[in-house]
Design a protein around this ligand. Structure first.
Ligand code: SF4
Length: 679
């Protein structure tokens, strides 16, 4: 095949790359401007991995045995129909992913609600930025991670990054920050924090106290943008009533961040001509995630940043299609176009597009963590279909998740390698991956991109759309096309009039290279690179301050679990590592889990650099090799979560949920540290 211009299979930056067969070269695309990280450079190796699945498999006497596609799809359809017949439609659950293309996310939601009639569908984006999405909707009336192009950041004087480490998670993004004085909020001295003019290192789980302290310093210092607040926002008084009690010295006692640094951060932001506040997983993955992000948005609003050209608030979405994945209906409470499933008008419109009775559409189902927790229980689903997700590694309290998967009557996993979740399945369906199919994704700035097919898939492999088409037909349902462009044409109509309106986007416009940021409400609409310049998306056009109260982490250290643990990512691996652990160049650099510990803390536990350590919480324990990190707080340990088996960091993480977004508390819990022989 000729050279094909396409996009990276991994994160939400969606760097532009060129594929010549399986050889990757970077190309000049606005978000990466010719740069790629190590993951992108080596992504071609995914396409030739010897661990690639090429035949459907069914478990027989405990072992997965190869079968034909017809046999596998007949078997799956029959089992699903049986379980539905015995226990009702909610006996079958569906779990999607933020890496699925827009077309797959859309068809999966339709498949669950129309072909299966189940309310039990959610996806791994719930673990990713759902709290930022919830806070954005509350504040602005719409959630588009970054409501401005990434390239706008080049003109920023000051950027505050709350819980973001792009130097490791999306390195080409960092070039857009080079002109700015960075304020980095992170309990660890990450590579991003190293490059900052000001590093604020709050105790894990105290982000909101810090945001409140800086907001207090803004007002105290006379920096409140009163004319913006009066003209463009509501409810400042309610938010200030709380922030007024968070004078920086009080916030210092909770966070450990010096009050002087909070005042310095407030002054830097206020004195900048152009400033941005960006949040990411570090502040979002908490049981108070929506309130945390609300606190940072309050700060941005107090300074008059959102909806002003050259300034703003944004969320750095993580997964490749994290943005599009939350817009098209694979979320427990949503329909395509970012419509709410419990909105009668939305149900009627989408049911009309799907040719079904609105009353036949199920209501909202369980969120991801709650869904996984209910599997195989008396009240919960008996069968689960997983597309594009590896929950055995990526979900909180993953030992419990593994138990629940094992308790199911029937587990089906569609993947292109035998992930840790696929290895537990009754049926494994081998599906296409990024460069083997066309599909659209929506990057972190809301730009819809066409990721093109560059090579043929190996014989025996089918696309997820083909799988859904084949199963729907066997379940007696038509209207599930297998061709991506045909699915997209339907998605356009289904999204029309919604917040995320794609009705003016077409494959032809994307092939022509048009930069289409949603909403794009008509064929001749140029797209909306910058949202909220004239008005926010609430009916009155005004943004909302959030009256957010600080409550702290869900679990605090005690005598038995005296340390705090936080989890995160490394440059070489992506999410559960199911893809990047296949690639020698990446795996050679970071082949196994490690735990970062302050040397004094390690030595007190009888551990030296390189020793295997046991990290234990109330929920489980993991084993990882000790790395001494002098800059780490003595009461904190850090582990990456990309590794399987007993190295899974998520064996100990806390599934306590944010009450608004149902985001789990990945980022902080109480643990003990010992030698592997120790208690
Ligand atoms: Fe791929 Fe993200 Fe790396 Fe860019 S930054 S090459 S999109 S993983």
């Amino acid at each position: 095949m000729p050279q094909v211009d396409t996009h990276c299979p991994y994160c939400a930056l969606q760097c532009g790359m060129r594929l010549d067969g399986v050889r990757v070269t970077p190309r000049d695309f606005p978000v990466n401007a010719g740069g790629l990280c190590q993951k992108g450079w080596t992504a071609g190796a995914l396409l030739t991995s010897p661990r690639r699945l090429t035949t459907p498999m069914i478990r027989v006497d405990g072992a997965l045995e190869p079968v034909s596609w017809d046999f596998a799809l007949d078997f799956v359809a029959r089992k699903l129909a049986e379980l539905k017949e015995q226990h009702g439609p909610d006996a079958v659950a569906v779990f999607g992913g933020g890496g699925l293309t827009n077309e797959k996310a859309y068809l999966l939601g339709k498949f669950a609600r129309v072909a299966l009639g189940t309310s039990q569908i959610d996806y791994n984006g719930r673990f990713c930025m759902s709290s930022a999405a919830a806070a954005g909707i509350k504040a602005f009336g719409a959630d588009r991670g970054m409501p401005f192009p990434v390239t706008d950041l080049k003109n920023a004087d000051v950027v505050l990054l709350a819980g973001a480490n792009p130097a490791e998670t999306m390195p080409p993004f960092v070039q857009h920050l080079r002109g700015a004085d960075l304020i980095v909020v992170d309990p660890r001295r990450t590579p991003t924090a190293e490059s900052a003019g000001l590093h604020l290192a709050p105790a894990p789980g105290t982000d909101l106290a810090l945001a409140l302290g800086i907001l207090h310093a803004v007002v105290e210092g006379g920096h409140l943008d009163r004319s913006y607040v009066d003209a463009r926002t509501n409810e400042f008084g309610e938010a200030w009533r709380i922030a007024a009690t968070w004078w920086p010295e009080r916030a210092e006692r909770v966070t450990g961040v010096p009050a002087a640094d909070m005042r310095l951060a407030a002054a830097k932001l206020a004195n900048a001509r152009n400033a941005y506040i960006l949040t990411a997983r570090g502040t979002e993955q908490h049981a108070t995630g929506t309130a945390n992000v609300g606190g940072w948005i309050n700060l941005a609003l107090s300074l008059g940043l959102p909806g002003r050209e050259g300034s703003g608030y944004g969320c750095l979405t993580g997964q490749g299609n994290g943005q599009g994945g939350r817009e098209h209906g694979q979320k427990a409470d949503q329909l395509p176009g970012y419509r709410k499933l419990d909105d009668p008008a939305a149900r009627e419109y989408v049911a009309g597009v799907w040719g079904v009775d609105p009353d036949s559409l199920p209501g909202p189902g369980r969120s991801a963590t709650e869904l996984l927790d209910a599997l195989g229980t008396d009240e919960g689903p008996k069968a689960l279909m997983v597309f594009g997700s590896n929950v055995v590694v990526s979900a909180p309290r993953s030992g419990r998740v593994q138990d629940r998967l094992s308790a199911l009557d029937f587990l089906v996993v569609a993947d292109f390698v035998l992930s840790e979740t696929a290895a537990l399945a009754d049926v494994v369906l081998p599906v296409t991956q990024w460069a083997e199919e066309d599909g659209t994704l929506t990057n972190l700035e809301g730009r819809v991109l066409l990721r093109r097919k560059a090579i043929d898939a190996p014989p025996g492999v089918r696309s997820d759309l083909d799988v859904l088409n084949g199963l729907a037909l066997r379940l007696g349902k038509a209207g599930f096309p297998a061709d991506p462009e045909t699915v997209f044409e339907e998605l356009r109509i289904a999204s029309k009039g919604g917040v995320a309106d794609y009705s003016g986007v077409s494959y032809d416009r994307l092939r022509d290279g048009e930069a289409l940021h949603w909403p794009v409400p008509a064929d001749d609409h140029p797209g909306t690179p910058r949202m909220f310049l004239d008005a926010f998306a609430h009916p009155d056009g005004r943004a909302r301050f959030a009256p957010v109260e600080y409550s702290g982490p869900a679990e605090l250290p005690d005598e038995e679990f005296p340390l705090q643990a936080t989890t995160g990512r490394v440059l070489q691996h992506y999410q559960s590592g199911a893809q990047t652990r296949l690639i020698k160049e990446l795996d050679d650099v970071v082949p196994e889990a490690f735990v970062e510990v302050h040397p004094d803390t390690a030595k007190r536990a009888g551990l030296e650099e390189g020793d295997p350590a046991r990290i234990r919480s109330r929920r489980g324990e993991t084993v990882a090799k000790v790395r001494f990190v002098q800059s780490l707080k003595p009461d904190l340990v850090f582990l990456p979560f990309h590794f399987p088996g007993e190295q899974r960091a998520n064996l100990f993480t806390n599934p306590a949920l944010d009450p608004v977004s149902r985001m789990p508390e990945f980022k902080v819990c109480a643990v003990s540290l010992s030698t592997v022989d120790g208690a």
